[in-house]
Design a protein. Structure first.
Length: 83
């Protein structure tokens, strides 16, 4: 199965997102990978429900101020920070 070329195209990231995943441009796949590295390193998964992400200050900036989001919400919110 071929990778979707749109997923591997480097995208420009907002300053808020770069604060979490590092300097862009990065492809969407790498952004998601780096988000998970950050979430796991900082122990930001909700222990009661691992599918929910507990936002620290850096992630709140990316998540529109929300303190907790689902994995699915996270993907949508992060997309707004990539062009």
């Amino acid at each position: 199965m071929a990778l979707n070329p749109a997923l591997s195209k480097p995208l420009t990231l907002s300053a808020e997102l770069e604060a979490v995943v590092g300097k862009g441009p990065l492809p969407r796949t790498e952004v998601v990978k780096q988000l998970w590295v950050y979430i796991k390193k900082n122990n930001l998964q909700n222990p009661a429900n691992k599918r929910n992400i507990l936002a620290d200050d850096k992630l709140k900036a990316v998540f529109g101020g929300k303190g907790e989001v689902t994995m699915f919400e996270m993907t949508k919110l992060v997309s707004a920070h990539m062009k």
